[in-house]
Write a protein that binds this ligand. Structure first.
Ligand SMILES: [Zn+2]
Length: 66
C-alpha cells in the first residue's frame, strides 16, 4: 500500500532532510537557503520513497544595500 505518499512530515535536522518513515536515513543535504519542490528521494535505510518539499524561508527584511 502506498496511500500515505506525498503528505508526510519531513524531519530536518543539522542541515539534513531525514526520512520521515524510518527517521534515520538521510535523504538530502540542504542549506539554510535551499528550496526543494516535489523531489522524490529514496531512503537508503528503509528503501521507501518520499517526496521532499523544502519551502523558501520567510524573507527577513533584507536590506538591499547594493
Ligand atoms: Zn527511511
Amino acid at each position: 500500500m502506498q496511500t500515505s505518499k506525498g503528505h508526510v512530515k519531513l524531519i530536518v535536522k543539522d542541515g539534513w532532510v531525514y526520512c520521515p518513515i524510518c527517521g534515520k536515513g538521510k535523504l538530502l543535504k540542504i542549506q539554510s537557503d535551499t528550496t526543494v519542490r516535489n523531489l522524490p528521494r529514496k531512503c537508503k535505510r528503509c528503501g521507501q520513497e518520499s517526496i521532499v518539499n523544502i519551502p523558501a524561508p520567510e524573507p527577513e527584511s533584507t536590506a538591499t544595500s547594493a
